[in-house]
Design a protein around this ligand. Structure first.
Ligand code: NAD
Ligand code: UDP
Length: 337
């Protein structure tokens, strides 16, 4: 089976390409490299010892997407491509709506044209807004607080309308919680170009000495130690969830929604102390004011994915902390050589 992976050079996409290739799928990537590098394709080949077809280009480019479908005989699509920085989306909403919506519409139109009606879409726990109770189940009310989140919610709506219009579609909407960690090889992972907004990439930069100290956004939340609690999930576990989703949509038509999380909540301080312990480093930090828009706690009820997809996260936060650091140390070593 041949899978088109949009955004396959990115953080989650690259790990999913490895899992797909290891599971015997053929992989075609389209990525415009706006948030990734082409050498990831070689890293994927190095890890899996398999071939990957790579198209460098924009998913909004209808002629290119048409060309890919006409040449490649695509059976199903995993759609990761998109811009994902919450803060930037507030400053540049039109960029986010144009990129995330236009690329998705182009993709779906061409899929329709070539009668390829199986898609796995990367959504996010951000579509739950500020949940009233925990853990979060898939049928909780949906809302968003920023343009990035709105693009996810709109795309979920587009996919739902598409299925209503044509029951031949098979659609899995995966709502990710907080992916961290990296491939055990240390060859692929997440290393943002700018100063990181997310917790783990920030901790890693403090550990390498590139940043002086971590600012912890509030220690007066109603959580076990006062700092914010999230459901961190190892990116390889997350990638494996996509294989299960592909298997499922090949068996059943319909549209369905799955939380991909571990079901466990860890605080900022839990992550910092675990990182220090497993990597034998010191993470300097200071407590600062809460970050606007943050919720105290957010973690998944992941039982639906277990029941329907037979998927469950298996890796713990120690492994996540170890693998995140290993990847960045490795890539810094490459840069210095
Ligand atoms: P990423 O930025 O590492 O990967 C996205 C990839 O898409 C990048 O390689 C980028 O170059 C590419 N891309 C963006 N716009 C494109 C376009 N128009 N045409 C072609 N390529 C394009 O992000 P990621 O962390 O791997 O996230 C993948 C998906 O999962 C995104 O849709 C993101 O919104 C979603 N998601 C991520 C997280 C997270 O914390 N990382 C959480 C929830 C949901
Ligand atoms: N956080 C923090 N300092 C940082 C970045 C994040 O204290 O520099 C906290 C944040 O307030 C939240 C948790 O870490 O409680 C996870 O934040 P992240 O941005 O990684 O994920 P999200 O808030 O989008 O779930």
């Amino acid at each position: 089976m041949k899978i088109l992976v949009t955004g396959g050079c990115g953080y989650i996409g690259s790990h999913t390409c490895c899992e797909l290739l290891d599971s015997g799928y053929e992989v075609v990537i389209i990525d415009n490299l706006c948030n990734s590098k082409e050498d990831v394709v070689d890293k994927i080949k190095q890890i899996t010892k398999k071939e990957v077809k790579f198209y460098k280009g924009d998913l909004c480019d209808k002629d290119l997407v048409d060309e890919i479908f006409s040449k490649e005989n695509i059976d199903a699509v995993i759609h990761f491509a998109g811009l994902k920085a919450v803060g930037e989306s507030v400053l540049k909403p039109l960029l986010y709506y144009r990129n995330n919506l236009d690329s998705t519409l182009t993709l779906l139109e061409i899929m329709n044209k070539y009668n390829c009606k199986k898609i796995v879409f990367s959504s996010s726990a951000t579509v739950y807004g500020s949940p009233k109770t925990l853990p979060i189940k898939e049928d909780f009310p949906l809302s968003t607080t920023n343009p990035y989140g709105s693009t996810k919610l709109y795309i979920e709506g587009i996919l739902k309308d598409l299925y209503i219009s044509d029951n031949e579609w098979s659609i899995a909407v995966l709502r990710y919680f907080n992916p961290i960690g990296a491939h055990e090889s240390g060859l692929i992972g997440e290393n943002p170009k700018d100063i990181p907004n997310n917790l783990m990439p920030y901790i890693v930069r403090v550990a390498t000495g590139e940043l002086k100290e971590l600012s912890i956004f509030g220690n007066d939340y109603d959580t076990h130690d006062g700092t914010g609690v999230r459901d961190y999930i190892h990116v390889v576990d997350l990638a494996k969830g996509h294989i299960k989703a592909i298997e499922h949509i090949c068996k059943e038509k319909g549209i369905d929604y799955y939380n991909l999380g571990t079901g466990n909540g860890y605080s900022v301080l839990d992550l910092v102390t675990t990182f220090e312990k497993v990597n034998n480093v010191k993470i300097n930090y200071k407590i600062v004011a809460r970050r606007k828009g943050d919720v105290a706690s957010c973690y998944a009820d992941a039982t639906y994915a277990l029941d329907k997809l037979n998927w469950k996260a298996t890796k713990g936060i120690e492994e996540m902390c170890k693998d995140s650091f290993k990847f960045v140390k490795n890539s810094n070593k490459d840069l210095n050589n």
